[in-house]
Design a protein around this ligand. Structure first.
Ligand SMILES: CC(C)(COP(=O)(O)OP(=O)(O)OC[C@H]1O[C@@H](n2cnc3c(N)ncnc32)[C@H](O)[C@@H]1OP(=O)(O)O)[C@@H](O)C(=O)NCCC(=O)NCCS
Length: 169
């Protein structure tokens, strides 16, 4: 597994893996389903345009882009906070890949940006994603009751955070 900037040539692989209802079930609606090639191209162009202000990387497995992981600095009074976002193609779940990808992206984000905190807001039912951040030393700060409306369902979400001094850079 390697993390690298997105390339336009990843669009086909991205669209193929992202077009999966199980991948988008616990993501924001900004992540479309069905996921078209044009969605993939727009995403990659957007990442390239924002390369200076956010850290978004393709997760490359056996040469193919099979997921995404990023830290997205927030604005205004939350500008010293970055938000973690990630997903991985289903064939690769359960191999420790996202745990390693999150470790790498958090360290790089703390090096690159003047942030003091990385937060992850995860649907309470998304046990796999919660385990990934817990294994990376994130602390559960609280449960945001009924904070999410996803595909018609009202859900709780969990706020996790990792502070710069907890990474040991
Ligand atoms: C959540 C996701 C990122 C996890 O990626 P992954 O590479 O499979 O994760 P890892 O293999 O590094 O670790 C997963 C951990 O969760 C555990 N896990 C996964 N699904 C689980 C479940 N349903 N119940 C209990 N534990 C579960 C695994 O056992 C593992 O923990 P362990 O090492 O203690 O055994 C991946 O499933 C995914 O992309 N899902 C769809 C998109 C998504 O939900 N993104 C996150 C949005 S916040």
């Amino acid at each position: 597994m390697e993390l690298r900037p997105w390339r336009l040539s990843d669009a086909e692989s991205l669209a193929r893996y992202a077009n999966d209802p199980d991948v988008s079930a616990n993501l924001r609606d900004a992540f479309p389903y069905p996921y078209a090639l044009s969605d993939a191209e727009a995403y990659i162009r957007d990442c390239a345009a924002k390369e200076e202000t956010q850290l978004c990387r393709a997760i490359v497995i056996d040469g193919a882009a099979a997921g995404s992981v990023g830290v997205f600095p927030k604005t205004d009074i939350c500008r010293r906070t970055g938000e973690l976002g990630d997903w991985l193609a289903k064939p690769f779940w359960g191999r420790g890949i996202m745990t390693a990808a999150v470790a790498e992206i958090c360290r790089e984000a703390f090096r690159r940006f003047d942030i003091v905190r990385i937060e992850a807001n995860i649907f309470a039912r998304n046990i796999g994603s919660r385990r990934v951040v817990e294994k990376n030393g994130f602390t559960l700060e609280g449960v945001l009751r009924k904070s999410v409306c996803k595909r018609g369902e009202i859900l709780d979400s969990c706020m996790y955070s990792l502070l710069r001094e907890e990474v040991g850079l």
